[in-house]
Structures are given as structure tokens and as C-alpha cells.
Design a protein around this ligand. Sequence first.
Ligand code: NAD
Length: 272
Amino acid sequence: MASGMAAGPSQGRLAGHTAIVTGAASGIGRAIAIRFAAEGAFVLGCDLGREPRGGGPATDDVIRAGGGAGELVIADVSRWEDVAGLVARVADAHGRLDIMVNNAAIGEGGRLTETSEEVYDRVMAVNLKGVFLGCKAAALQMLGQEPREHAGQREVRGRIVNISSQHGMISSPGHLAYGVSKAGVVYMTRQIAADYARDGIVCNAVAPGKILTDMGGFVPTEAQLAYSRSRTPWPRLGLADDVASAVLFLASPEATYITGENLMVDGGWMAS
Ligand code: NAD
């Protein structure tokens, strides 16, 4: 076993758990991976490269510097071999996969008439097929493992958390393919939750509102930030850690009898 595959700390809300987080080099995925590791999970992150977009040490270096256990490897979520390889890597080293977080996404595209077939296909390949592949690879592993014990019950074989968006429920201005892909993620989450509840697989989504990351190298303009502020009742925009807290809850044994949910972390955007 490589040193990066060591078990996580024995204390924390995810002590003894194993997790995969896709798109973990930067932004929200990085925050989730670091948070999970701080709560005792072993975390295998994946991304297209190791460098965080905002600079600084790679995610697994941050995890290990904090006393946690994790690894960040290169994998493309739109490729079955890559995604299945991530699950096999965790299962081979730790015997089980407890948590799958499908976070990786891209934000390309325009309105309908400005969206080329090529861009549409690329967005769907990462944002929707990537989530399908992540859910499928995780579920295949989870079905073959015993449920974990929690509070005297043995109910949950594994937990999947998909990152959706408020866009997809309402229009994503100028981003048709992105919005369609996110609507698909919410539907897929519900379908998987219903189909696999009796197998002990929990599947939920977290829908961020406007979160201050430099998504896809895309730095929002002042006008775009002003639009987001005008839509967000809470007096600030979101941070990656706001999303990580919600994902942590749904990934933890504290989230009981909750499946098929799409939890908004949007400062009230969708409520207003
Ligand atoms: P980000 O671009 O900072 O992070 C996404 C990560 O995914 C990047 O590190 C990127 O390299 C990686 N990635 C892209 N394609 C990949 C692939 N094929 N395989 C593996 N990794 C790949 O974006 P973010 O803001 O952190 O967004 C994370 C998630 O949150 C996404 O699903 C996004 O749609 C969602 N979201 C973000 C916001 C926001 O305001 N930032 C709002 C709603 C939803």
C-alpha cells in the first residue's frame, strides 16, 4: 500500500470511512476533500491535474500536512476506465468505499443558438455522464459490501452525494448545456435513491448557489457578481466551505432516513 493510501485518523465524523471526491484539485471539491480528511476519512481525490487553480499546495499535500490521509490522482470522470479505477483503488486498499462525491463539472457554453454540438457533448460528457459513471462504479462496489453499523442499526452500505446547482431548476442565464446537465443530475439522484434504497445505498445531491470559486478559470465580472448578489437574500455570496459542510452532513452517519434530496446551499436564492 502506498503511503498516501494509509487509513485516516481514528477520530472525527467520518472516522474509518473511505471517500472519493471528483474534481478535488480546486474549488468546492478541494474544500470537500480537505474537510472529509479532517473528519477522519481516507480521501481519494481525482482531477485532470494536481495544481489548484488558485495556487498553493496540492489537495493531498494539504490533507497530509493536517495529519489526514488522502491522495490526489489524475483521472477523467468522463471515462469509465478512469472512474472504475478510482473505486478499485480504494476498495483494494481499504476493503470498501463508503462515500462517493461526484463534484467535477465544467461550465462552458452559451444560449441555445450559440451552443455548438461539440460544446454540448463535452459538457454532457463531464457533468452528466461523469456523474452517471461515478454513481455506477460506486454502486457496483457498495452493493457487494456489508452495511455499516450506526446507532445499533445496520442500514447503509454506502452514500453518494452529487453536486448539482440551483441552475437546472431555474434557467442558467446564457448556459443552456450546463443547466440541462445539472437538471439531469438532480433527476439521476432521485432515481438512484429510489432504485437502491432497499439495497442500503443513500443518494443525495447538494445544490450550490453562487459560490466564490474561479470555476473553470472563469473569473466572474463585477456585473455577474452584482447579478448573483441581487438574487441572493443572504448578505454575502457562498464559500466552498459552505458547500463542504452540507456535503459532509449528507456523507456522514448523521444523515439518517434522508435520500433523494437536493439540498440547496444558496443563501436563499431559490427561496426568493
Ligand atoms: P471548479 O472549476 O473550481 O472545480 C471543478 C474541478 O473539476 C476543477 O478542479 C476541474 O479541473 C475538475 N474537472 C473538470 N473536468 C474534469 C474531468 N473531466 N475529470 C476530473 N475532474 C474534472 O468549480 P467549482 O466552482 O468548485 O464547482 C464544483 C461543483 O459545484 C461543480 O459541479 C459545479 O457545477 C458546482 N457548482 C458551482 C457553483 C459556483 O458558484 N462555483 C454553483 C453551482 C454549482
